[in-house]
Design a protein around this ligand. Structure first.
Ligand SMILES: Cc1cc2nc3c(=O)[nH]c(=O)nc-3n(C[C@H](O)[C@H](O)[C@H](O)COP(=O)(O)O)c2cc1C
Length: 379
């Protein structure tokens, strides 16, 4: 569907890195959802670059909601958010118009769009566009929270340094998700955070970049959400998560460690807690058969090192067909994970809204309480 994600609730992205503005159109939202502009601004600030570990292109993200909201609530008609680009330096890209940045989308965009693409700053393929995803996500995350659904992403690994895992205790987990929502650098272990920052700074100093892994947890999703086969929760989430630029792997629960386990280790045994069906462990990441089982949904995104690095690299000039050396100008992140974690939260929220709307109906998200869930026999 090109630039559109979702069926019942959909988001369409538009804009280019150095164009006038970027933005998102959300469609299919229930009427009456409270829209918290301060929350949107706060979410955008969590994606904003800061210090030596990020690009020097700092955008103020002065967003405007052009439609779909009246009196602070959604109207139910398409909601359009626009974020102006106020700090683009297009001259940095002029001399390298036809030099393909290794690892970036310059060459593939040229092949697909026959040279009509906007090449400035990666154009439509820039990480800048993820600001629009964050703004769209921030429209719906508070509504999900009112339904008891919480999303948190931490930097599980960066530059070879690992964070600690999410707590297995439900109470501690809620505290961790809350702390992440307040944190400008989303690691659970402050010592690991310092070492990750140092690895990013070192990469920047070396004119290089580092990758990492983001891990997201979602609590409060009722059992029974997701479709069998092609619209399984895993399929739809992966489809969306792979759209985030630089995401090169997605796994759920214990993911790629599961093949190393025996069934007796990988199975999550069922138990009853306070009249609810739970599982004693959560190796499967809260999803069985593509459908949520009521336990926290857990997934990881492998994020590659930023492709634009400042070391000399081999490339081609694709207009002349010659081999060339490339030294990149411009402003770039030495790592992406710390900025992308709020993007992962946002994409996850948008997918969940769509899947929940398919199960409970579009208006469900605007309903005031969870009473509508009672009596379906599931958590
Ligand atoms: C938040 C965020 C920031 C990014 N910053 C940069 C950057 O400064 N420089 C760069 O070359 N790529 C950056 N990227 C990654 C590129 O957009 C991405 O690698 C490129 O579009 C190619 O897509 P692919 O890596 O998925 O193949 C960023 C991505 C995200 C999500």
């Amino acid at each position: 569907m090109k630039n559109r994600l979702g069926n019942s609730v959909s988001v369409t992205l538009f804009g280019e890195s150095h164009g006038e503005a970027i933005g998102a159109v959300l469609d299919g939202l229930a009427p009456g959802i409270e829209v918290d502009e301060a929350y949107i601004a706060r979410s955008l600030s969590l994606r904003r670059p800061a210090g030596k570990i990020s690009t020097k292109r700092v955008e103020p993200d002065h967003f405007r909601i052009l439609s779909g909201v009246y009196g602070g609530r959604t109207t139910g008609t398409p909601l359009c958010i626009v974020i102006p680009n106020e700090n683009a330096k297009s001259e940095d890209y002029k001399d390298a118009r036809f030099l393909a940045r290794p690892g970036h989308a310059d060459y593939t965009a040229h092949c697909k769009y026959h040279g009509f693409e906007d090449p400035r700053g990666g154009g439509h393929f820039s990480g800048r566009i993820t600001a629009a995803l964050v703004a769209a996500g921030a429209v719906v995350i508070p509504a999900l929270m009112r339904k008891g659904i919480r999303i948190g992403t931490h930097i599980a690994q960066c530059g070879g340094i690992s964070d600690r895992r999410f707590s297995a205790s439900p109470e501690e987990l809620q505290d961790e998700i809350e702390a992440l929502s307040q944190s400008s650098f989303a690691a659970l272990d402050p010592a690991a955070a310092d070492r990750m920052r140092a690895a990013m700074e070192q990469a920047a100093e070396d004119g290089d970049s580092v990758g990492g892994v983001l891990e997201t947890i979602v609590t409060g999703v009722p059992a029974g959400v997701g479709e069998p086969w092609f619209d399984s929760l895993e399929s739809v989430l992966s489809h969306a998560l792979f759209s985030i630029p630089a995401v090169k792997g997605v796994s759920f629960g214990d993911g790629f460690a599961m093949p190393l386990m025996r069934g007796s280790e990988a199975n999550d045994c069922f138990a009853m807690r306070g009249g609810r069906v739970v599982t004693r462990t959560n190796h499967n990441g809260g999803i069985n058969g593509g459908i949520s089982n009521g336990m926290p949904i857990l997934f990881q995104c492998a994020v590659k090192p930023t492709p634009s690095i400042f070391k000399e690299q081999d490339t081609v000039d694709f207009s002349k067909g010659t081999e060339e050396k490339l030294v990149i100008c411009g402003r770039h992140d030495p790592a992406i994970v710390h900025r992308a974690r709020i993007v992962a939260d946002s994409v996850c929220a948008l997918v969940l809204c769509d899947m929940l709307a398919q199960r409970y109906g579009t208006d469900w998200l605007a309903m005031p309480c969870c009473a509508d869930r009672e009596g379906d026999g599931c958590n």
